[in-house]
Write a new protein. Structure first.
Length: 156
């Protein structure tokens, strides 16, 4: 049996996920993208993973810099998620940002963030699975922004 891309997407759209922004700096400039493929991998050592499109500038920048940060978006940050999901230039100046200790941009107003160094970068289909060693993190109160059935959602 062969699964078509549309059947695969239609099936997985029913898996609710949180929304993150994965960001780094390379060549003196910030790079980032909206990412729903984010997960904890290990407690000892603390590892997370993100899946980044193989042809994205963000993957290229993460590979070059060797570091990245993941900002977990709050329910109030739908505009951030939409802005960073578009191809091309990302609107870093349009939203409150600061640098994580590793120099990667993190978003103000996020529920949480992790700053990582690249532990592994593995090819997987049309994406790369980037495993990050968490070197710093923080969290704040609030509700998450969710993605379900091809749209952004909030807890009701």
């Amino acid at each position: 049996m062969s699964v078509t891309p549309e059947a695969f997407k239609s099936t997985l759209r029913l898996f609710a996920s949180g929304i993150t922004i994965v960001a780094t700096r390379a060549h003196g400039a910030p790079y980032g993208m909206t990412c729903t493929s984010f997960a904890s991998v290990s407690l000892e050592p603390p590892l997370v993973l993100v899946c980044l499109e193989r042809d994205s500038h963000t993957l290229e920048a993460v590979s070059l810099s060797g570091v990245f940060a993941v900002s977990v978006l709050s329910a109030e940050q739908e505009a951030v998620a939409r802005s960073f999901s578009r191809p091309g230039h990302k609107p870093f100046d349009d939203f409150p940002m600061r640098d994580a200790p590793n120099g990667s941009p993190i978003l103000g107003g996020s529920l949480a963030w992790v700053a990582c160094s690249v532990d592994r970068n593995l090819e997987a289909g049309d994406h790369n699975v980037v495993v990050g060693l968490v070197e710093d993190c923080d969290f704040f109160p609030g509700e998450p922004l969710l993605y379900f059935d091809r749209d952004y959602r909030k807890f009701s």
